[in-house]
Design a protein around this ligand. Structure first.
Ligand code: GCO
Ligand code: MN
Ligand code: MN
Length: 392
């Protein structure tokens, strides 16, 4: 029975060819599902109510395909997109699967690898532009080390910067209206990956030649693997105007990159993240693509894959509705209402000047009275739990 939580294209949900197309391979076992044709994935995505499909170059065009083969595959794919009303919001380069990238791509020590990575990325950018993508993701899966003495990590950063600056210039020169989104991950497949968190990426972006073209693509699993708050990472990106894309999935702390169905782990964090993205607490909402970088359990057959996809989207919508209700709850609003002080607010609002500073320093504050005031956060968090559990 369709209901209000069934996704529609206006929800801006997207999946990668590599996500719903994941055949269930893991480091201990081979595939358990057949590899699906990309055109069939497009059709199935439209059936389940998704809006977009994202891809790595090699998800669509096999590595080493001839020009004629490439053109035929791309033409078929474009026809499927048109037939089913599915768009390509984001494209990216696979800079991790081919053996040449065993020591990294843009940061590798061998100039032949770095040059090859740039060549491959420029070709993949052209594919993304041809398919109508407006965001281009950079995930440096192999940009890291096990034997850390192999290079000065500062040199790795300089090389990575050179690559991103080179590629933004390439887009500029060719009139490609693409925004870059940098995706951080602390480890896996490398022992340590450079620029390991969204915070590292944000600091790095400020050092680029064209920082306005570059933002971030935070992923739930990656921030959680690092033991960090995804919600805080996303908030920092939003506040900086840098949330260009997002990878939603489920993850438990301290584990390998699980890429589970969105909301299947730590529902409270998922709720807080959706609440932030939707702006139900009053902040400006995120209006970009809502991408699920996750895949079905290895136990699933094809039907289970589409249950997985529907589950990601429905959970997002359920959480958005719960967030609306939570932030409209008068009891919640009473606790979270801004604390105002007619005497101190003007002193805090005034920018620094000698006079303003003297006034601020001279204001008397009863520290003991302030410190003993209860803030009601126990009640607030219980209200959150009750909304989440459908008790309010
Ligand atoms: C991972 C990453 C990737 C990237 C993808 C797009 O841990 O494997 O999350 O799935 O998001 O390569 O750049
Ligand atoms: Mn990941
Ligand atoms: Mn990802």
């Amino acid at each position: 029975m369709p209901d209000a939580y069934d996704p529609t294209p206006s929800d801006r949900f997207s999946f990668g060819l590599w996500t719903v197309g994941n055949p269930g391979r893991d480091p201990f076992g081979g595939p358990v599902r057949a590899v699906q044709d990309p055109c069939r994935i497009v059709q199935k995505l439209s059936e389940v109510g998704a809006w977009g499909v994202n891809l790595h170059d090699e998800d669509l065009v096999p590595f080493g395909a001839s020009a004629a083969e490439r053109d035929r595959i791309v033409a078929d794919f474009k026809r499927a997109l048109d037939d089913h009303g599915v768009v390509v919001p984001m494209a990216t380069t696979n800079l991790f699967s081919q053996p040449i990238f065993k020591d990294g791509a843009f940061t590798a020590n061998d100039p032949a690898v770095r040059a090859f990575a740039l060549q491959k990325t420029m070709t993949a950018i052209e594919l993304g532009v041809e398919l109508g993508a407006s965001t281009y993701v950079f995930w440096g899966g192999r940009e890291g080390t096990e034997a850390d003495a192999c290079r000065d990590p500062q040199e790795a950063l300089k090389r990575f910067r050179h690559a991103i600056d080179y590629l933004t210039e390439f887009c500029e020169d060719n009139g490609y209206d693409l925004r870059f989104a940098l995706e951080a991950k602390p480890n896996e497949p490398r022992g340590d990956i450079y620029l390991s968190t969204t915070g590292h990426m944000l600091a790095f972006i400020a050092t680029l030649a064209r920082p306005e073209r570059v933002g971030v693509n935070p992923e739930v699993a990656h921030e959680t693997m690092a033991g960090l708050s995804m919600t805080h990472a996303v908030a920092q990106a939003m506040e900086a105007g840098k949330l260009f894309h997002i990878d939603l999935n489920g993850q438990r702390i301290g584990r390998y990159d699980q890429d589970l169905r969105f909301g299947s782990e730590d529902l409270k964090q998922a709720f807080l993240l959706v609440r932030l993205l939707e702006g139900t607490a009053g902040n400006a909402p995120y209006t970009g693509p809502l991408h699920f970088d996750a895949h079905a359990y290895r136990t699933e057959d094809d039907a289970g894959v589409w249950d997985f996809a529907r589950g990601c989207m429905r959970t997002y919508k359920l959480l958005a509705a719960r967030a609306q209700a939570f932030d409209a709850d008068p009891e919640v609003r009473a606790i979270t209402a801004a604390v105002t002080d007619a005497r101190l607010d003007p002193l805090l609002d005034a920018p620094y000047s000698r006079e303003a500073c003297a006034a601020l320093r001279g204001a008397s504050i009863d520290a003991a009275a302030v410190a003993t005031r209860g803030l009601g956060y126990e009640r607030l968090d219980q209200l959150l739990v009750e909304h989440l559990m459908g008790a309010r």
